[in-house]
Design a protein around this ligand. Structure first.
Ligand code: B12
Ligand code: SF4
Length: 438
């Protein structure tokens, strides 16, 4: 039996041109590792290569996110037209299994670990069930991701590793908050340490939803990875700055920086989105602590909340430039299916694109998909675009660079700062206005 794993792209800004320097698709390496050894495996990453649809296979297994699901459905249709059964899984299919079922022979809701062997057994017998449900549990137990599947695909020299999955918080716009239902599950630390130690790559991206949410578990991980002398980055919460002992341990373990979900500076907005941990926080002090530890930050904001206006978005961008963040993301708030935010917009009849932006032919990447409260959807789209453009304009890049505690404190840090600011300056708008799928 042969299974073909596929990661779809969001779309192609330039038709026929593939991405260079993508990050490894860890999801597919984990699915590969869970597959019984007598099954032949092939993996195709639609972002970086053409998917050979005519190559014989017995099962196509496609991962989905809301931004890639339009393409996933196209690929699924192509395989099914060729008589190949299709199984869909991942975040989007798990949040909307009934929709996914219309495009597939089987849908896996939730984690693959508990059900994948059964899916394979049923596929062998030609008796796939319509739906399998895998409840989140400690991930990847007993297996190491099949990174050999990445050979020859020229991914960035960064190894993606997972320690935990899920987050205990419940921000109203967040898809993982629905998927994991406020649970956070952990892998055994000795296994994670062994996985890192066995790899050649010494730059690690922990793909955890919120690595620092459980400080004692994270601290134990940091202690154990310190001797491995790796450099790593991840996503964490602002509250870690309250704990200097934790910060010290983290930096000594090789932390280069974090993506921090700041989302908004307005207490009213933070309250409405359920990000209560950030309310009343003395941002200036916290960011001083991060700077004192030499941490380079990737500040992530969600834009388009009911308190946001065109002017407040511009002020947020000024504030981010003044803080000299290494990177920032001004993401338009997206109504991800099944989230409380999505349901609220439905109640208020504020959805655009019939509430199905992810596979609507008129939706374009980086555009608002709902009617904001204090501006038009087009104003939100342009205000967001302006914030990105201003943050990654040369004057801002030059101004933010001048920070002797962070970007100028070490040649490696300056290298990361300069390289990725240049890349974002040059490439960030390639996907703007792009149609999803192909
Ligand atoms: C790492 C990561 C990234 C990396 C991507 C790394 C890469 N490989 O290229 C970076 C930082 C580049 C990134 C970018 C983006 N990301 Co991202 N990312 C993640 C993150 C944190 C972890 C994903 C991961 O690797 N998990 C580890 C693997 C092992 O687990 P897994 O993917 O969950 O898969 C398991 C199950 O879901 C299931 N499964 C998954 N697929 C399949 C398929 C089959 C057939 C089966 C049977 C089972 C199955 O089995 C697996 C094992 O249990 C997730 C959060 C999350 N919890 O999913 C967000 C997440 C997927 N990202 C998200 C978003 C929005 C984005 C961006 C669009 C952000 C932006 N605005 O630019 C971009 C573009 C993404 C793209 N498609 O190109 C959203 C998606 C929301 C949604 N409704 O789909 C998530 C959920 C984050 C969030 N807070 O909402 N991301
Ligand atoms: S803290 Fe981050 S991962 Fe956790 S629920 Fe909020 S947005 Fe989602």
């Amino acid at each position: 039996m042969k299974v073909t794993f596929i990661r779809p792209c969001i779309g192609r800004p330039v038709p026929g041109k593939f991405e260079k320097g993508a990050l490894q698709p860890l999801t597919l390496a984990v699915l590969g590792a869970l597959t019984p050894p007598d099954v032949e495996i092939e993996m195709y990453d639609d972002r970086v290569e053409a998917v050979p649809l005519d190559r014989p296979t017995d099962l196509a297994a496609i991962t989905t996110e809301s931004f890639t699901v339009a393409r996933a459905y196209q690929l699924a249709a192509e395989y099914r037209r060729r008589g190949v059964p299709v199984v869909l899984g991942g975040m989007h299919a798990s949040l909307l299994p009934a929709e996914a079922a219309r495009h597939a022979d089987a849908v896996v809701v939730g984690d693959a670990e508990p059900v994948w062997a059964q899916v394979i057994a049923d596929a062998r017998r030609g008796k796939l069930k319509k739906r399998y449900k895998g409840v989140p549990a400690p991930p990847q137990s007993g297996v190491f991701p099949r990174r050999d599947l990445f050979a020859g695909k020229r991914y960035l020299p960064v190894s993606l590793v997972q320690f935990s999955r899920g987050c205990p918080h419940a921000c109203t716009f967040c898809a993982p908050a629905v998927y994991f239902d406020r649970r956070q599950v952990f892998r055994a630390i000795d296994v994670v340490v062994r996985e890192i130690a066995e790899q050649k790559l010494k730059t690690i991206l922990f793909v955890d939803d919120n690595l620092t949410a459980n400080r004692s578990a994270a601290a134990e991980l940091f202690r154990e990875i310190t001797p491995l002398k790796v450099r790593w980055a991840s996503q964490g919460g602002l509250d870690m700055a309250e704990d200097p002992v934790f910060m010290d341990l983290m930096m000594k373990s090789g932390c280069a920086g974090h993506l921090l979900g700041i989302e908004s500076l307005e207490p009213e907005t933070l309250g409405a989105m359920g990000k209560v941990k950030n309310i009343g926080v003395d941002y200036a002090r916290r960011f001083e602590v991060f700077r004192d530890f030499g941490m380079q930050l990737w500040a992530a904001f969600t834009i388009g909340h009911d308190t946001d206006t065109v002017d407040s978005i511009a002020r947020l961008c000024d504030w981010a430039i003044d803080r000299r963040f290494a990177f920032a993301a001004f993401n338009i708030l997206m109504p991800y299916p099944a989230t409380p935010f999505y349901k609220q917009l439905a109640r208020q009849k504020r959805h655009l694109f019939d509430g199905h932006w992810w596979d609507h032919p008129d939706y374009r990447y980086n555009h608002a998909a709902y009617v904001p409260a204090r501006m038009t959807a087009d104003e939100l789209t342009s205000a967001c675009f302006d914030a990105w453009e201003r943050f990654y304009a040369w004057p801002s890049i030059a101004r933010r660079a001048i920070d002797f505690k962070t970007h100028l404190s070490h040649p490696f840090k300056f290298g990361i700062y300069a390289l990725y600011n240049y890349v974002f300056h040059r490439e960030m708008f390639l996907m703007q206005d792009m149609k999803l799928g192909e």
